[in-house]
Design a protein. Structure first.
Length: 108
């Protein structure tokens, strides 16, 4: 998924799956920096335990560098786990406010 930052520069968002719980955001950043400038590297964590959920996102400022990183890192090993690396896709629809009635109260 390609977006633009506040300065209007295109940024490519990359999904990284099957991450070991021991991988830090800095290690993830370093793996991608071998291919170009990394804008950000985030590992998604469980909101209650704070542990890694096994996936994260890396943003790179140059699409060509991001595509090279995807092609080179997909299927490689990091801390004994085989990475799944691809261009991030937007979430389908808004997943917030779920549940019965979306928070509205009904009278019977």
């Amino acid at each position: 998924m390609v977006t633009k930052d506040e300065k209007g520069i295109s940024i490519m968002n990359i999904y990284v799956g099957n991450l070991s719980r021991e991988v830090s955001e800095e290690e993830l950043r370093q793996a991608f920096e071998a291919f170009g400038q990394v804008t950000s590297a985030n590992i998604i964590k469980d909101r209650y335990s704070g542990e890694s959920r096994g996936f994260g996102f890396v943003e790179m400022s140059a699409k060509s560098e991001a595509q090279a990183a995807i092609q080179s890192l997909n299927g490689t090993s990091l801390k004994e786990r085989t990475l799944t690396v691809s261009e991030a896709r937007p979430r389908p629809g808004d997943r917030r406010g779920g549940g019965f009635g979306g928070g509205r109260r009904y009278r019977y």
